[in-house]
Design a protein around this ligand. Structure first.
Ligand SMILES: [Zn+2]
Length: 73
């Protein structure tokens, strides 16, 4: 299984949800395991993403913790 990609569809685009506000999300790409935020708004800092943060695939219904993707499983 390729690392840093969605196990289901191979996308490198993911997003996280704010635990306090499910409509507040931050999109990011995983490039070589690095989090590259996309469409960052000037007045809203991106949500932090840690190994245990649940992340969601941009293209399909996959979601899991960040560390699951980084390990390539
Ligand atoms: Zn996917």
């Amino acid at each position: 299984m390729a690392k840093n990609k969605c196990p289901d569809c191979g996308s490198q685009g993911f997003y996280v949800k704010d635990p306090q506000d499910q409509y507040n999300i931050s999109e990011f790409d995983l490039e070589d395991g690095e989090i590259i935020y996309t469409n960052v708004e000037a007045d809203a800092p991106p949500l932090p993403v840690a190994d245990d943060t649940e992340i969601f695939c941009d293209r399909c219904a996959w979601h899991d913790r960040l560390k699951a993707v980084r390990k390539g499983r």
